[in-house]
Design a protein around this ligand. Sequence first.
Ligand code: ZN
Length: 298
Amino acid sequence: MIPLVFHPIYSQLNLPVRHRFPIEKYQSIRDALQVMGVPDNWFFTPEPLDIKALESVFCAQYLQQLQSGTLAPQAMRRIGFPWSEQLVRRTLTASGGTVLTARLALEHGKAINLTGGYHHAFADFGSGFCMINDLYLAALEMLCAPGIDKVLIVDCDVHQGDGTAKLAEQDERIITLSLHGEKNFPHRKQVSDMDFPLPKGTEDEAYLEVLDSALMLALNIHRPDAVIYDAGVDVHINDDLGHLHISTDGVFRRDSLVFNTCQQLGLPVAAVIGGGYQRDMAALTQVHLQLFRAAGVV
Ligand SMILES: [Zn+2]
């Protein structure tokens, strides 16, 4: 069994017409996996995180204002979603899903959350559709387990994992690796432990070569005990936001490289699907499904 974490709330958010965020994609991936014969008992349902409990990790004032809907209009614009109770509940459930995925990965070797990758969330503000940094929380969760002293976060979303880099900056137990489009958001990058900015139009072979070297370097230098993987597909050539030119097969080879490399070293991998922006839902779903093929789910 490969545990998959999903909650229907992932796709339940009322957004303005023509909002660029493809909120339906999570349910679409869940439905596609079901059609492909993934057994129901592989799916785990997360609980929302207790926002009070997060005050030991993130800024208490930010969390309280996020919960009560009293963040300044400017702070909400930076997040990119209109505030609603539904938004808060969804965010806490989605991040709870990544924390659950981290636990399941330690138990089963790998696990995938059908959402997640909120890497633009900082301690005291949200940004770029991200409010609560689930990757950082998942790393802290793993570090509580016996035998896990160091966690590597491999972020292959086309956007730099700026929030994660900043949050983990002072923590030597969490290593951040970001492979991203150098011209993509955020305009002002943070400093990860390892950054690999790629030029506009980078194609499969060059991309995979950099990832292979990056992984080898990170694993050899830092010797992590577990890996968290953000498999954002906004690296795809047809993505509305990403500036890279990675094919669907390139995404499959990328995800396979991460899973296979970690498996050879006996490292558990907790994966999240990350970003991916295409208006054609069927096409977008196909690209996200490469992660599940690479993991051996389908
Ligand atoms: Zn992204």
